[in-house]
Design a protein around this ligand. Structure first.
Ligand SMILES: [Zn+2]
Length: 188
């Protein structure tokens, strides 16, 4: 995971705030964990419509918890050929702040291999974090800051039922940050 390049001056305050917010409130019940498990079963044995329904339930429960408007969800079999402009795009999903629509896809573009459940859920949490940036935190853009990645990781580990890791970061060229995985995995 890598952060974006340093912001233009106009965005600096928002980016710094996004970078600084490293934690995210999490539900106290196991609701998201249970729904995430239904996403996993749907990926293994269900149709795309089953996966979509489970993702919809996941996002609806999360939106209710964070008191933000619901976002739309489309689950595609494969990565669209054209990824829209102005959408924040990742390898397995994207988010449009204008329509509050998340799209995720289940197969990689090149080898057409099915995305693993872990990667899929992580993408869903990542795109939902973009939604939170606009709707909960009120940022006028959604940057990939260290805070953004840490908030996403908190939600992901909660939904997956895995212990959160403290993330360690190292500076890379161009003023960006990347996760120091050896140190993060050692936990010190
Ligand atoms: Zn993103």
């Amino acid at each position: 995971m890598l952060t974006d390049s340093p912001p233009r001056k106009a965005n600096r305050a928002g980016v710094l705030e996004s970078d600084r917010i490293r934690t995210l409130d999490l539900p106290q019940d196991g609701g998201l964990l249970a729904i995430a498990q239904s996403v996993e079963s749907a990926m293994k044995a269900g149709t795309t419509a089953d996966v979509r329904r489970a993702c919809f339930d996941f996002l609806e429960a999360a939106s209710q918890f964070y008191k933000v408007p619901d976002c739309g969800i489309r689950v595609l079999a494969a990565r669209p050929l054209r990824v829209r402009e102005h959408w924040t795009s990742e390898l397995f999903g994207d988010y449009s702040p204008e329509t509050m629509m998340i799209r995720v896809w289940m197969r990689t573009a090149v080898r057409k291999e099915i995305t693993s459940f872990g990667t899929f859920l992580s993408t869903l949490c990542h795109e939902f974090s973009h939604h939170l940036d606009y709707q909960k935190f009120g940022f006028h853009d959604s940057w990939h800051t260290r805070g953004f990645h840490e908030r996403t990781a908190a939600l992901y580990h909660h939904a997956r039922g895995t212990p959160p890791k403290r993330l360690f970061w190292v500076h890379v060229a161009g003023g960006r940050w990347r996760i120091d995985w050896p140190r993060t995995n050692r936990g010190a």
